[in-house]
Structures are given as structure tokens and as C-alpha cells.
Write a protein of this length. Structure first.
Length: 210
């Protein structure tokens, strides 16, 4: 029995290593097309983590710039929010992951986002993306709604799947390669996040002046 368990552990470890090696190769790119870079990160993260959605957050002084492709890979949504806001803000500020099994029971979760979009966020795993030199958090990878496996489909009985400790370890390893990818494209990221910040401030100014 013990040998069988060890064998299964070894197979899972080898599968994880192959997965991360493929991701490392896929993300070892330098591009002036930021949407392509972020879209690739989101796609690979969703595949690796078996999550329904994924958002990339990048820290820009006292703001977080979020990148999502919820409407399709060719439609990048870029939004600026205060660094002190929500789960991602806590993750970046404290440089520690947060695993939320039930988002609607978490005080940090903003339910208004779901109400506006009609999407239901059940479970969430948010992991810091760290600077490869200093270890400081430069952003976060937010994985939304763990998807059930084929074996789980028939046993869930209406309950949603949550991210486990294995998912946490895999996501942290994944974020190492995401951090490397972002550092290679730092110049382009800086330009886009600055532009996004300026646009957000302009929108605020318009609202204040009526």
C-alpha cells in the first residue's frame, strides 16, 4: 500500500515538473505586444491550475492594474484599483498568498463585481508575483473557480470545488516563471501601466467635474 502511494506521488511530481517546464518554455518570450504576453500567462495559468478564470495584477505605486481576458483572449480588460482594495491588494501588500474557499463568506471580496457582470465567483486562490531579484511582490496572480475533475463531477452534489494545498504549491511555482516573464518585458509593462493609470485618473477627474 505504501509503495503504491509513493509511486502515485512520484508520478504527480513528474507530471508537475513536465507542466512547469512547458510553461517556462512558453513564457520565455520578449514582446512589445503586452496583450499577447498577459494573455499567454492567463491561458497557461488557467490550464495549469484548472481554473475557470484568471486575472493578473501589477503593482504601480499605490495602485493595482488588473489584466483580464474574461470576454475572450483577444479582448483585454485593463482596470486600475487602489492597492488597499480587495484580496489582491492584501496579497501584494503582505506578499503572501490567500486561499479563499468561499468568496461570499470573505469580507475582502467585493460582491459588486459579480452583481455587475452576472458571473459567480465561488473559490479563489491569489498568489503574489515576486521580483526575481528582491523577492518583493510586484503583482498577483488571481485564480478564480477551481474546476472539478471528471471524477469529482458525479460526487460534488451541487457544491463547488476549492483550491487545495497542492494547488497553492503549484501556483507559487508558476508565479516564479510569471515573474521572470514580466521582468523580461518590464519596459513595455511600465509604459502600459503608466498609461492605464493616467486614463483612470482622467476618468476620476471627469466624474468630479461632472
Amino acid at each position: 500500500m505504501g509503495n503504491a502511494f509513493q509511486w502515485q506521488q512520484l508520478l504527480r511530481s513528474e507530471a508537475k515538473n513536465r507542466l512547469l517546464l512547458g510553461i517556462a518554455k512558453d513564457l520565455s518570450i520578449v514582446s512589445d505586444d503586452l496583450s499577447s504576453v498577459i494573455s499567454r500567462i492567463i491561458l497557461r495559468a488557467c490550464e495549469a491550475m484548472n481554473s475557470q478564470r484568471c486575472t493578473v495584477f501589477l503593482k504601480q505605486r499605490d495602485l493595482l492594474v488588473s489584466f483580464a481576458t474574461n470576454q475572450g483572449p483577444s479582448n483585454m480588460e485593463i482596470i486600475c484599483i487602489p492597492l488597499s482594495t480587495g484580496i489582491a491588494g492584501q496579497v501584494v501588500t503582505n506578499n503572501q498568498l490567500i486561499n479563499v474557499p468561499d468568496c461570499y463568506a470573505c469580507k475582502l471580496f467585493n460582491q459588486d463585481v459579480d452583481k455587475k457582470s452576472g458571473f459567480r465567483t465561488n473559490s479563489m486562490l491569489c498568489v503574489p508575483i515576486k521580483d526575481t531579484d528582491t523577492g518583493d511582490a510586484i503583482g498577483a496572480l488571481q485564480l478564480i473557480n477551481k474546476m472539478p475533475s471528471q471524477q469529482q463531477d458525479s460526487t460534488l452534489d451541487g457544491k463547488h470545488v476549492v483550491f487545495g494545498s497542492d494547488d497553492e504549491g503549484l501556483a507559487e511555482s508558476l508565479c516564479v516563471y510569471v515573474g521572470l516573464c514580466l521582468s523580461r518585458n518590464a519596459a513595455y509593462l511600465q509604459a502600459v501601466t503608466e498609461r492605464s493609470k493616467s486614463q483612470a485618473l482622467l476618468e476620476v477627474a471627469k466624474d468630479l467635474t461632472g
